[in-house]
Structures are given as C-alpha cells and as structure tokens.
Design a protein. Structure first.
Length: 202
C-alpha cells in the first residue's frame, strides 16, 4: 500500500478534525483555531491548505458529495432500462445520505450557509447536465414521454435536492424514496414495457 505524502496526510487530518467539530458543535460555532487544535496542527498549517474556514467547509462538502456520487454511480447500468437505473441511483443516493453518520449533521447545516452554497450550486448544475443526458437517451429509446429533457432534469434534481435535505434532517429514507419513485415512474409512457439489460440494444 502506497504511503500518503506527509503534506496530504496533514490536510486529510485537518478535514477529518473539522468534520468532527462541525458535526458535534455546528459549523458556525467552530473556529479555525479550534480545528487546528483538534487536528494537532498549528493554525498556520490550516491556512497553508485553506484560505479560511469557508474554503475548508466547501472542500469537505465537495469530498463528501463526491464519495456519495461514486457509490451511486457504481449502481448505474446504461444498457438497461434508463428510468429504472435512475430510480435505483436515487434510492442508493438517499440510502447513502442516511448512512453518513456524523457527516450528515455537517451537510445538514451546510445546506443553509450561503458561504458554502457556491460549490454546491456548481455540483448541482453538473448533476442536472448528467440527468438531462440520461433522459435525452431515454426519449430516443422510447422509455420516456416525449418532452424536452431539460424540464424533467431540473424538476427531478430539484426533488432530489429536497429529498436529500429531508433525509439529512430526519434520517428517514423510505418516504423520500417513495416520492422519487413516483416522480420518475410518471415519466414513463404507459404502453412501454420496462427494458431489461438483456433486451438492451447492442
């Protein structure tokens, strides 16, 4: 196993300490000095890697969502039924959100902090583009009602954001998953059978 460079290890320790502090006490209550102390480094070491606390918070938020996206992407099978794949991806995402442990409390707080919103918006727009591409292919394959894919992509991702926040706040996934399943299912033409992976075109 390759060794992590010392500088990278310090950065990771700072992020891990920040997550613990944010989750335990709330983002607004924690200072850079307290993060440094929790990580066992100097305040200067924190500023070596991050411009300020908000910069650190944005990076932590981005890392957490990246891990969740990777877990979700692993369930996606583009040769199968696209809407079924999308429903499964939403299910896995919301399950992952509910299993975040202490990180869930940080992400819950981060949702309402304007200084952390910029990175979240960029990630959201990237997700909208991905979903739009999937829906466009679903229209071409007759798996989605004839509609401009931009509209359902933005509506679904708005619902995804609301469902994510609901699970972050409550920890309850079943209700959110049920709503998402209904929304995605409503996009399917009523006379179109669900395509299995084996039936997918080469």
């Amino acid at each position: 196993m390759a060794r992590v460079p010392r500088g990278q290890q310090t950065r990771d320790e700072i992020l891990a300490a920040a997550l613990r502090e944010f989750a335990a006490r709330g983002y607004q209550a924690v200072t850079v000095e307290e993060i440094a102390a929790a990580a066992g480094v100097t305040k200067g070491a924190v500023y070596h890697w991050f411009t300020d606390k908000d910069d650190l918070g944005r990076e932590l938020q981005h890392q957490l969502y990246d891990r969740m996206r990777a877990t979700t992407a692993a369930t996606y099978h583009p040769d199968g039924d696209l809407l079924s794949d999308m429903t499964r991806a939403f299910q896995v995402w919301l399950t992952t959100v509910g299993d975040l442990g202490e990180a869930r409390f940080f992400l819950r707080d981060a949702w309402g902090i304007p200084a952390l919103d910029e990175g979240g918006r960029a990630d959201h727009e990237a997700a909208v583009e991905l979903v739009r591409d999937v829906l466009s292919r679903a229209v071409d394959r007759g798996e989605l009602v004839e509609v401009d894919p931009e509209a359902p992509a933005r509506i679904l991702m708005g619902a995804w954001a609301a469902a994510t926040l609901y699970v972050l706040r409550t920890g309850r996934r079943a209700e959110a998953v049920a709503v998402i399943e209904r929304l995605v299912g409503a996009l399917r033409p009523t006379d179109t059978p669900v395509r299995t992976t084996q039936e997918a075109p080469a």
